[in-house]
Design a protein around this ligand. Structure first.
Ligand code: IMP
Ligand code: MG
Length: 184
């Protein structure tokens, strides 16, 4: 049954499955000849479900790691500044192809900052893979390397994404009823 706070389902489980299958094939193709260690870096917490589904379908050898960075706080507008709460701790970063796995690109601040930061730390390469992209919301010019789906400017939740820490466990991407944030 649909969660009572959800206005509509934007991306259902079947579409999510198709998206991760397509992205995994692209990743396999692009990294099949690399001599470096491929590390998928999950940006916590929003990318947990996406990364776990995606990595099961990638067949080239892959290692995993996690980072936690600031995003929205409690509301639905971006703060612009990025804080790193959990850093990537690897002594071998200079031997790695890093593939940052993100739930959604909005202003572009998070991924443009993280890409520069991890390149500066000496990674062999840094690419980004996002499940969702809202290109109409960019504040900085930024194009992710892999995009699951472009969506319009709507605040979405589910499949890892939250509103004030809620709805992450839903198996689909949905749009909240406006009444949910009005009452806050
Ligand atoms: P950016 O730095 O503005 O691109 O922000 C990206 C981060 O903002 C994402 O990792 C999400 O945590 C959060 N975010 C952006 N749009 C949404 C949304 O529609 N729903 C939930 N979180 C979002
Ligand atoms: Mg996030």
């Amino acid at each position: 049954m649909l969660n009572a706070d959800i206005e509509k389902v934007l991306v259902d489980e079947k579409q999510l499955d198709e998206i991760t299958t397509r992205l995994a094939k692209q990743i396999d193709e692009d990294y099949k000849d690399t001599k470096n260690r491929l590390v998928m870096v999950c940006i916590l917490k929003g990318s947990l479900m996406f990364m776990s589904d995606l990595m099961k379908k990638v067949t080239v050898p892959v290692e995993i790691d996690c980072m936690k960075v600031s995003s929205y706080g409690r509301g639905t507008t971006s703060t612009g500044s990025i804080n790193i709460y959990l850093d990537l701790i690897r002594p071998d970063i200079e031997e790695c192809d890093l593939l940052i796995i993100e739930d959604i690109v909005d202003s572009g601040n998070t991924l443009s900052y993280l890409t520069k930061y991890l390149k500066n730390r000496g990674a062999k390469s840094v690419r980004t893979c996002t499940l969702l992209d809202k290109p109409s919301r960019r504040e900085v010019e930024y194009t992710p390397d892999y995009v699951g789906l472009e969506i319009p400017d709507e605040f979405v939740i589910g499949y890892g994404l939250d509103y004030a820490e809620r709805y992450r466990a839903l198996p689909y991407i949905g749009v909240l009823k406006p009444s949910v944030y009005m009452q806050k």
